[in-house]
Design a protein. Structure first.
Length: 583
């Protein structure tokens, strides 16, 4: 593990050797534009096909008027996939960013049988405008229906699910109040009392009257170093009162999170130290990342440097945006991947021993110059179901660069466009770039931000949904062939009638094991599927499934509730209390 002296030594040494661009935050400075990526040439059968037109989803993101370089518009907006009306199908909620005076609003699309979507925004209660950033989904009052939280430049808004696709705003009444610039957020149960708490990552104290220019003297978007960072907010869910109204308490100060501010963009809530209690990881833009370790008494202690996650292996704080975590090397411990600037490298920290992380980006095969872009949304999932995690990243610049795809994006936004990237996972935590095989997903360049992986039609193949700044949302059907066997597991808290956020699911078969850590708040500004998807490769049967539940209990399942053996190539639901208890 790197000591403070080591960190300082590396920082001084590499600051002398590295170009200025590597020392900048995501929106901090304006280095020379990188060379254009090579033209995409299909080499293998594609994994993804753009089916946006076929779905009926016609959403176009409103970023507001151009020319003023208003910083929130380049940060982008996210999306959520969830079952808004309880019919068992994945619906889609998309955010816009035109401001409170714009005609555009967020839109809710209901999935119909057959895979098409219908716009049900009007009358849903979710069709409002504003500078909307991120979205988190969770059942805050344990009534069996998922509720929706939206972060904004200047606030947060919580909407209670009334059933049948209608929502009522309850944030202020519930005690949720924050004037800060909210970005990514997540529901999780940090005190294991059965009620979902809320963490909201906040960016900078932005002053829109302060103009910024790049190194060439051009007007451009400001960087995070131009403004003070702000604190990550933590809200404790106190449960529902006698009238059924849920209440939250702001515990940012008492929990310790107020001690270290930062320009936060991404968040991950999971057990980073292996004690069974959820912790909070925050990716910061141009500042050290933060890892808030849960002390089990309502307080958190920041330990990112001690555990190896604050800096890269050169002792540098990079421009942290999106966060993904998963077991890339098959050792049963989750690893962490964070996206960064084009001039930097995305970073993969592998865990081992438990609770300790090391930057293994170079060995992972994801740092070659031709693969780089300013990454935001990111997912680690098994797209071809071969039992190994794959990697997808969506890109888009935050400062002026060479024009790409101008005929589609126009003269302004084309200067921020970049292609996306896709890697196939191999053994030992390594990845092979297969971007040239997936022209639909990689594209000719867009200003992409959010990315969700979800099996929209429950056929076992994870599809992708990407949001863009001032562009259309894109839906990509997984057409990978051949694919291995698979299993999708829903961990269900029957007592509280909701998905068990924070559950750890392990599938075992024929001497192999696969682990998934369940929480839909992943990537960047997005909320995805709360289920765990497992690619099994050639394995055609399951010996057992073990679930470590959020309350600390553990169970093993060898059969379904119906008594039949656990199948493969199916979506299954396992309820707490129906398995065999484990010590």
């Amino acid at each position: 593990m790197m000591t403070i002296r080591d960190v300082r030594h590396h920082f001084i040494l590499f600051r002398r050797l590295l170009p200025l661009g590597l020392l900048c935050g995501a929106i901090a400075c304006q280095p020379t534009a990188p060379p254009a990526l090579e033209t995409v040439k299909p080499a293998e059968p594609a994994w993804f096909r753009d089916i946006t037109a076929e779905t009926g989803i016609d959403f176009v993101h409103d970023a507001g008027p151009t020319g003023s370089y208003f910083l929130p518009q380049i940060v982008g907006s996210g999306a959520a996939v969830f079952d808004c009306d309880g019919d068992g199908l994945h619906d889609l909620y998309l955010l816009t960013n035109g401001g409170p005076d714009a005609a555009s609003t967020n839109r809710l699309f209901k999935q119909l049988p057959g895979g098409r979507f219908k716009d049900v925004s009007k009358g849903s209660g979710l069709d409002f405008g504003g500078f909307n950033m991120g979205v988190a989904v969770g059942d805050v009052d344990n009534d069996g229906r998922p509720d929706v939280l939206v972060t904004q430049y200047g606030g947060i808004r919580l909407f209670h699910n009334e059933g049948r696709g209608t929502f009522t705003e309850i944030g202020k009444r519930a005690g949720l109040n924050s004037p800060l610039w909210g970005t990514s957020s997540a529901f999780f149960d940090y005190d294991r009392d059965g009620w979902l708490d809320l963490v909201v990552v906040d960016y900078v104290d932005y002053d829109g009257s302060r103009p910024c220019t790049n190194a060439r003297g051009q007007r451009d978007y400001c960087g995070p170093s131009s403004f003070d960072g702000t604190v990550t907010k933590l809200f404790h869910n106190l449960g529902s009162d006698a009238r059924g109204v849920v209440h939250f308490e702001d515990v940012t100060v008492s929990s310790g999170l107020s001690t270290v501010p930062g320009p936060g963009l991404g968040v991950a809530c999971a057990d980073f130290d292996g004690d069974g209690w959820p912790d909070i990881f925050v990716s910061n833009d141009g500042k050290p990342n933060r890892l808030w370790i849960n002390r089990k008494n309502g307080r958190f202690v920041e330990e990112a440097m001690l555990r190896g996650l604050a800096y890269n292996n050169m002792g540098l704080a990079q421009a942290g945006m999106g966060v993904a975590w998963g077991d890339v090397d098959g050792d049963g411990l989750f690893d962490v991947f964070v996206t960064h600037l084009t001039e930097e490298t995305n970073t993969l920290w592998r865990q081992g021993p438990r609770g300790s992380f090391r930057d293994r980006s170079l060995a992972s095969g994801t740092v070659e110059a031709s693969m780089r872009g300013t990454g935001f949304g990111v997912v680690l999932d098994d797209f071809d179901c071969d039992g190994l995690l794959d990697l997808a990243v969506v890109n888009g610049r935050v400062y002026l660069g060479p024009s790409r795809n101008e005929s589609i994006l126009g003269p302004y936004w084309s200067r921020f466009a970049e292609p996306n990237r896709l890697w196939r996972g191999t053994t030992n935590g390594q990845f092979l770039d297969r971007s040239d095989s997936d022209p639909d997903f990689v594209g000719n360049g867009a200003v992409s931000r959010g990315l969700i992986s979800v099996d929209l039609d429950d056929d076992g193949a994870l599809d992708l949904i990407a949001t863009t700044v001032a562009g259309s949302v894109r839906v990509y059907r997984n057409v990978a062939s051949p694919r291995g066997h698979w299993l999708s597991v829903r961990a269900w808290d029957a007592k509280r009638r909701r998905d068990a956020y924070g559950a750890v699911v392990t599938v075992r078969s024929k001497g192999k094991r696969w682990v998934r850590w369940l929480n839909p708040a992943r990537g960047y500004l997005c909320s995805g599927d709360p289920r765990g998807h497992f690619g099994l490769g050639t394995v055609d049967s399951v010996d057992a499934i073990e679930i470590a539940w959020p309350d600390g209990s553990r169970e093993e399942f060898r059969k379904l509730a119906t008594g039949e053996p656990i199948p493969v190539d199916r979506v299954i639901s396992l309820s707490q209390g129906e398995g065999t208890p484990l010590p």
